[in-house]
Design a protein around this ligand. Structure first.
Ligand SMILES: [Zn+2]
Length: 284
């Protein structure tokens, strides 16, 4: 099993993020630092943990990228992402170094944290660098959750209307929209037909915390197993780890569908070795 949406930050940033969540969002039950997060997810059956972090101001990306690269060297089950702030001086060089020196396999950014809409031209160099380097981008582009602490109203800086211009302008960008597109899941599911390089992840969206789709999550998720990645958003979640995996397994998908969702789609996208034999994630 590959958990395609996990947050890994240096301790001091986790402390700051948790304080922000305490003040503005929900109480995180498991306030665990990076190594403990990886331990916990492995104990829950994850063979790989895709570690996500993001730069919220210019000039901090290089340090974060080096930090997660070092973690991934020490813990080979960690799949390192990298990040750049759209106002960093040389985004292509920052991301190239992250890929070539620190082994990054994807890029992460977050519209709400940046308070910059996906279709703001200031974002374009980031997309162009991802394409040039062949790195998928996990961009929190959806308009939920709507949390009071964000610097700008989420409908102004995110959502389907602000994402579609990116999909149209950069069809070759492999874009992962987390949380099944947040508050507009039907639109993003429809777009899986239209935009072949669009992917969704399930983080926070497999329980009744985010709105479900008109068709129902089971039908929608089961229709596009090659384009949907299972992820937990651990440790920044307001419910017990395992809740969403249990929900997904409860759908009773065919074995190959479940395997795509829990492993193969992420393995292809991030260039990880195909599973050999029965992985932990396939045990019941
Ligand atoms: Zn997340």
């Amino acid at each position: 099993m590959i958990d395609a949406h996990v947050h890994l930050f240096p301790d001091r940033l986790f402390d700051a993020i948790w304080k922000w969540f305490d003040d503005n969002a929900w109480t995180i039950a498991d306030k665990l630092y990076a190594d403990q997060v990886v331990d916990r997810l492995q104990a829950g059956g994850a063979d790989y943990v895709v570690g996500l972090l993001y730069a919220h101001r210019p000039g901090m990306a290089e340090e974060l990228n080096a930090w997660i690269g070092a973690l991934a060297r020490r813990r080979p089950e960690v799949v390192a992402c990298c990040t750049a702030h759209p106002r960093d001086a040389d985004i292509l060089s920052v991301l190239r170094r992250a890929k070539e020196v620190h082994g990054a396999r994807l890029v992460k950014q977050h519209a709400h944290v940046l308070a910059i809409a996906p279709d703001d031209p200031v974002m374009f160099p980031l997309y162009e660098a991802c394409i040039e380097l062949g790195l998928p981008l996990n961009l929190h582009a959806g308009n939920g959750p709507r949390l009071p602490g964000y610097k700008a109203p989420t409908e102004r800086i995110s959502g389907a209307a602000h994402t579609r211009p990116v999909l149209e302008r950069y069809p070759e960008l492999r874009l992962i929209v987390p949380h099944l597109g947040s508050l507009e899941p039907d639109t993003f599911f429809d777009w899986l037909e239209r935009y072949p390089n669009l992917y969704l992840d399930t983080a926070l969206a497999m329980v009744d915390f985010m709105p479900s789709t008109k068709l129902g999550r089971r039908d929608r998720v089961g229709r596009y197993p090659g384009r949907i990645l299972f992820g937990t958003d651990y440790p920044n979640i307001p419910f017990a780890l395992g809740t969403e995996l249990q929900e997904l397994r409860g759908y009773g998908f065919a074995r190959d569908v479940e395997r795509e969702l829990l492993h193969d789609t992420a393995a292809r996208l991030f260039g990880l070795p195909p599973a050999t034999g029965a992985s932990q994630g396939e045990r019941t």
